[in-house]
Design a protein around this ligand. Structure first.
Ligand code: SAM
Ligand code: SF4
Length: 362
C-alpha cells in the first residue's frame, strides 16, 4: 500500500519506492514537497543564491550524443571558439559584478591546442583577478593529466553529468563506441575527485525510454557517490538529433518541468548541504522555471556571459532562452528573478558547496 506523502517526508533516509512516490506528485499535491525542501534548504544552506557566470567557450565537439544540438554530425550550427580576449572580457565582467565564480563550458575536444588554450586562459584569469574568481570547468571527459594541468592552472570545480545512472538507458542515448562509454564516464567522475576538484554531476529528466525507477535511481546514485553539486534539468528535444525520432513518446514539456522540480526538491531533502543548480532548460519551458527551482531547493544560478553573437550557435535544444540577450540583459533578468523568489544573492562569495567543505575537513 502507498504511504501518505506527509509520512514519507518525515523519514530520515528515503528509499526507492518512497522517492518514486514523491517524484510522481503532480501540482497541486507537490506543493507540500516543495515546502519541505525549502525548509530543509533554509536550515542547511540558507536562502542565498550563488552566481556562476556561464561562458560557452566553443561548440566544436568530437562527440555525437544522440540528444545534443551541437553533436559533431549536426552540420547546421556555425562552429566557433571564443577568442582569448572574449573569454577574458567575460571573466572580467563576472569579477567586476562580484559573481565570484564562472563556468567555462564547451563541446568536447582533447586536442593539444584546446588543452593548452584552456590552461593558458585559466592562468590568465587567475592572475587578472588575484585568484579571487573561482573557476568551474565543464569540458567533458579528459585524461587525468589534463585534469591535473587545469587544476594546477587554477580550476577548482568540474561539472560532468552522468546523463542517466542507468547504463542500458545510457547506451540508447549514445553511439556504442569507446568515446561514449558509461563506465568510462563514471570512472571519470572518480578521477576528478582524485585530482582534487569539487565535483558536480547531473542527469536529464524526461528522456525517451526513461522511467520513474530510473529517476529515483539517479537520486540514489548522487547520494551513493557522495556528490558535491548537482545540475539537472528537463530533456528538450532538438530536431536535428537522432533522439528526435522518439518525440511521440515524450511527456509534455510542462510535465517534464514538474518532474524536474520534484527531482530538485527530493534531492534537497536527501542531500541537505550540496549545491543544486536552477538550470537554463527549466527556464526554457517556463519563464518562471528557475525561480520555481529555487523555491524547490536549488541554490545556484548561471547567468549566461557568452557574447550575444555566439548564442544561437550553442543551441543544445530548441528555444533555448536568452539567445538574443547580452551579458547585462542576462544579469538583470536573473537578479530580478532571484529577488522575486524571495532569495538573496551571494555577491562576492564563492559559494562552495557546504557538503564539499565538510568533506575536505574530515
Ligand atoms: N560537452 C560537455 C559534456 O557533455 O559534458 C559539456 C557541455 S554539454 C553541452 C552540457 C550538458 O548539456 C550535457 O551534459 C547535457 O546534459 C546537456 N544537454 C545536451 N543536450 C540537451 C538537450 N537536448 N536537452 C537538455 N539538456 C541537454
Ligand atoms: Fe558534445 Fe557535450 Fe553535446 Fe555530447 S552533450 S554532443 S559531449 S557538447
Amino acid at each position: 500500500m502507498l504511504q501518505p506523502v506527509d509520512k514519507i517526508l518525515e523519514k530520515k533516509d528515503l528509499q526507492l519506492d518512497e522517492i518514486k512516490t514523491l517524484l510522481q506528485l503532480k501540482p497541486p499535491s507537490n506543493a507540500i514537497l516543495f515546502k519541505k525542501a525549502l525548509d530543509v534548504k533554509s536550515k542547511a544552506v540558507g536562502r542565498k543564491v550563488y552566481l556562476r557566470g556561464l561562458i560557452e567557450y566553443s561548440n566544436h565537439c568530437v562527440k555525437n550524443c544522440y540528444y545534443c544540438g551541437i553533436r559533431c554530425n549536426n552540420k547546421l550550427p556555425q562552429r566557433y571558439h571564443l577568442t582569448d580576449i572574449e573569454v577574458i572580457e567575460a571573466a572580467k565582467y563576472a569579477y567586476k559584478n562580484r559573481f565570484a565564480s564562472i563556468v567555462i563550458q564547451s563541446g568536447e575536444d582533447s586536442s593539444k591546442r584546446f588543452i593548452s588554450t584552456i590552461e593558458r586562459l585559466l592562468a590568465e584569469i587567475n592572475k587578472l583577478t588575484n585568484g579571487e574568481l573561482h573557476i568551474t570547468l565543464s569540458l567533458g571527459e579528459q585524461s587525468i593529466d589534463t585534469y591535473r594541468r587545469w587544476y594546477d592552472a587554477g580550476a577548482h570545480r568540474y561539472l560532468l553529468r552522468i546523463e542517466t545512472s542507468n547504463p542500458d538507458l545510457y547506451k540508447k542515448l549514445h553511439p556504442r563506441d569507446k568515446l561514449h562509454d558509461y563506465n568510462h564516464r563514471l570512472d571519470t567522475l572518480k578521477t576528478l575527485r582524485e585530482v582534487g576538484y569539487q565535483v558536480g554531476t547531473g542527469v536529464m529528466i524526461g528522456l525517451p525510454f526513461q522511467t520513474f525507477d530510473d529517476l529515483a535511481e539517479d537520486l540514489l546514485f548522487f547520494r551513493k557517490i557522495d556528490i558535491d553539486m548537482v545540475g539537472m534539468g528537463p530533456y528538450i528535444e532538438h530536431e536535428n538529433t537522432p533522439l528526435f525520432e522518439y518525440r511521440a513518446q515524450l511527456l509534455p514539456l510542462k510535465e517534464r518541468l514538474e518532474i524536474s522540480l520534484n527531482m530538485v526538491a527530493v534531492l534537497r531533502i536527501m542531500m541537505k548541504n550540496i549545491n543544486i543548480a536552477a538550470t537554463t532548460a527549466m527556464q526554457t519551458i517556463d519563464p518562471q522555471g528557475r525561480e520555481r527551482a529555487l523555491l524547490a531547493g536549488a541554490n545556484v544560478m548561471m547567468p549566461n556571459l557568452t557574447p550575444a553573437k555566439y548564442r544561437d550557435s550553442y543551441l543544445l535544444y530548441k528555444d533555448k532562452p536568452g539567445v538574443a540577450d547580452d551579458a547585462v540583459g542576462s544579469k538583470n533578468a536573473m537578479e530580478q528573478s532571484i529577488l522575486l523568489a524571495g532569495e538573496t544573492i551571494g555577491y562576492g562569495e564563492w559559494g562552495d558547496s557546504k557538503h564539499y567543505e565538510l568533506r575536505i575537513k574530515n
